[in-house]
Design a protein around this ligand. Structure first.
Ligand code: FAD
Length: 303
């Protein structure tokens, strides 16, 4: 059996596997797609000490670094079931069952898409999902935020400080964000909130040049000229495969303590699939290291 089996090969999983392997213990990593979300990122400017890099380049470096160690890398494999018996068993979609003394889950998350024309076409060409990552690219421009929940309104407040103007579009008749956030947003001069608005299309030629929506009350279609659209309608953790084997939040995020431990002894989790706040590369790598050290600590206390 493995001492540490990591499920997921994004920044959190790669970091966890390297930290575990450096302890000289038997380490494996199962990854559907090595590099995870990083593969979908164009420019990365907030991975501290690296001024600028690109997603596929960072993803390749993650794999190269992992290959420096004695790590059993199983790519293009998906985990579908986890069960704690004497050891922890992880079943893959291909039917194989892997056994390990500890498991680190780092299956990440995905942004919920709007699913309107233009969204896929203009991704990284004006369509963005992460204000911490891409906000500065829109300095002095006009942008929209789609979604009036906490993350949408936080994004709008953040972007109002960087951009010329922010239009918030919310489908429901009311914003769902906490009232303190709504008050803060309302106090800013360069923001507009449009409720009851169903986004129909993100328009553009080479890059985004606007957004069209239907005013749900009147049924009229309206258009706003702008240069960026931040989609903030939710981040979905890739944790469905776990069912109720371990504690998850209402949103599906795995609940971890400050050692990365989950509700099952010996099972740890790290990165965007957990309930830790702020989903970023540097944060997921840090939590991967924490979970690996947590797992190592568990191993030396439980053999
Ligand atoms: P992920 O990167 O999501 O990796 C999850 C891993 O698990 C993948 O290998 C996946 O294939 C695998 N997996 C999933 N399910 C299974 C399964 N059942 N079995 C086996 N493997 C599975 N952050 C920044 O800090 N700076 C940026 O500039 C930035 N830009 C971004 C731009 C975009 C477009 C996106 C989408 C995200 C961006 N982020 C950025 C966020 C950052 O990419 C994430 O916070 C980070 O990748 C999370 O790492 P993770 O390892 O937790 O999860």
């Amino acid at each position: 059996p493995f001492d540490v089996l990591v499920i997921g090969g994004g920044p959190a999983g790669a970091s966890a596997a390297i930290y575990a392997a450096r302890k000289g213990i038997r380490t494996g990593i199962v990854a559907e797609r090595f590099g995870g979300q990083v593969n979908d990122t164009l420019s990365i400017e907030n991975f501290i000490s690296v001024k600028y890099t690109e997603g596929p380049k960072l993803a390749a470096s993650l794999e190269e670094h992992a290959k420096e160690y004695n790590i059993d890398i199983m790519k293009a494999q998906r985990a579908k079931r986890l069960e704690k018996k004497e050891l922890i068993e992880v079943e893959l979609e291909n039917g194989a069952v892997l056994k390990s003394k500890t498991v680190i889950i780092s299956t990440g998350a995905r942004w919920r898409n709007l699913g309107v024309p233009g969204e896929v076409e203009y991704k990284n060409k004006g369509v963005a999902y992460c204000p911490h990552c891409d906000g500065p690219l829109f300095a002095g421009k006009s942008v929209a935020v789609v979604g009036g929940g906490n993350s949408g309104i936080e994004a709008a407040i953040d972007l109002a400080g960087l951009t010329e103007h922010v239009t918030v579009l919310e489908f429901a008749p009311e914003l769902k964000a906490d009232s303190v956030l709504q008050e803060r947003l309302n106090s800013l001069p360069n923001t507009t909130v449009i409720k009851n608005a169903q986004v129909k299309e993100i328009t553009g030629s080479n890059r985004v040049d606007g957004i069209s929506y239907v005013e749900r009350e009147s049924g009229e279609t309206k258009h706003v000229d702008l240069e960026g659209v931040f989609v903030q309608i939710g981040l979905v953790p890739n944790t469905d495969w776990l069912g109720d084997t371990l504690e998850r939040t209402r949103m599906g995020e795995i609940v971890v303590d400050n050692h990365g431990a989950t509700s099952i002894p010996g099972v740890f989790a790290a990165g965007d699939c957990t309930n830790s706040p702020y989903k970023q590369i540097i944060i997921s790598m840090g939590s991967g290291a924490t979970a690996a050290l947590g797992a190592f600590d568990y191993l030396i206390r439980n053999q």
